[in-house]
Design a binder for this molecule. Structure first.
Ligand code: SF4
Ligand code: SF4
Ligand code: SF4
Length: 322
């Protein structure tokens, strides 16, 4: 077969494009980040369920909790958190829904904000878990080990966005301390840890791209490139960035044409279950280690925190959701 020079280069560039196609895998190792452009996310408002949310649920359903019922309240609390009868709920974070689209009306515009774990650079949830169930991965994401989580919810208490969600009636506490410390297992987005370790992009990212035929709305990539792109676009298009400085930096950046101060004010006014503070409080310092003293060993701290947590009955109430 004779190919002209032009045809030859066309075939070559096609092969190169295929080789670089995100479907074929991530071509680098190291830290990743996500860039979410809320100037262009439309919340998939013409579809029954946003594509990214649907993809996340599909991807992770094999890891969703299957609680043993009846669920026993653990002393001295009389309540427990059970989302298992609300598995279809997609408008908030639950142990069965690790990503949701937060809808906010500001200045006559509707914003759709995909919300999930920010994957902080210095995650207080990792530092504060008394059982060492959370870890920061080399790829920059934070992951909960469900097999050793007692569900004490300390990670949620000290997360600036209160992201992890608890399901009672599952987990190791049932075997070790069924009526005492803890009370389930915590769940959240892990940035599709298994996928990215296999060299694949997160399911939500692919789902968004397939719908919009645009890879810049919900983009996943090398952390430095994502940060550079966010800053370049912010400067060129006059956009605001969220996530680059909050909590000392995160692996999730948002771009918006409306300032995040205004978004924060609106979410406060709405008493939204998930807020977007511009100035993030150091809840690890405030709640766990106010004096900055050396912490106890993980085991000792675990028992102590479990006992104190159970006695105090401290939990985030399941408030009205947005
Ligand atoms: S799939 Fe994309 S456009 Fe749809 S809600 Fe998710 S991020 Fe927004
Ligand atoms: S957003 Fe919250 S749960 Fe996610 S890494 Fe940061 S502190 Fe942990
Ligand atoms: S990165 Fe994975 S786990 Fe996280 S929201 Fe997207 S699909 Fe869900």
């Amino acid at each position: 077969m004779n190919l002209s020079r032009r045809q030859f280069f066309k075939v070559l560039s096609g092969i190169a494009a295929l080789a670089l196609s995100p479907k074929d895998g991530l071509s680098y190792k190291g830290k990743f980040a996500t860039l979410i452009d809320i100037t262009r996310c439309d919340g998939c408002n013409d579809e029954p369920i946003p594509r990214c949310v649907k993809a996340c649920r599909e991807e992770n359903k094999h890891r969703f909790p299957e609680p043993k019922k009846p669920i026993m309240p653990y002393w001295p609390r009389k309540t427990y958190e059970d989302w298992s009868d609300k598995r279809d709920k997609i408008d908030t974070l639950t142990p069965y829904n690790w990503l949701f689209i937060q809808k906010v009306e500001i200045e006559g515009k509707t914003l759709y904000i995909p919300r999930r774990c920010m994957h902080c650079d210095t995650p207080p949830c990792v530092k504060g878990c008394p059982f060492g169930a959370l870890s920061k991965q080399p790829e920059g994401n934070t992951v909960i080990d469900h097999s050793i989580c007692f569900g004490g919810a300390k990670c949620r208490d000290i997360c600036p966005w209160h992201i992890p969600q608890r399901q009672a009636g599952v987990g190791i506490y049932l075997k070790l301390m069924p009526k005492f410390a803890g009370g389930g297992v915590m769940y959240k987005c892990d940035l599709c840890d298994a996928r990215i370790k296999r060299g694949e992009e997160p399911a939500c990212v692919i789902a968004c791209r397939e719908r919009l035929k645009d890879r810049t709305v919900y983009k996943f990539g090398h952390r430095e490139e994502i940060y550079a792109e966010a800053r370049r676009r912010a400067e060129k298009e006059g956009l605001y960035i969220y996530g680059d400085t909050q909590n000392g930096g995160t692996s999730t950046l948002y771009l918006s044409a409306i300032s995040f101060e205004k978004i924060e004010a609106k979410l406060k006014e709405l008493k939204a279950r998930f807020q977007m503070p511009v100035k993030v409080r150091n809840l690890y310092k405030e709640e766990i280690n106010p004096l900055g003293v050396a912490v106890l060993s993980a085991g000792a701290m675990g028992i102590l925190t479990g006992v104190v947590g159970a006695l105090a009955g401290k939990k985030q109430d399941d408030k009205e959701v947005l």
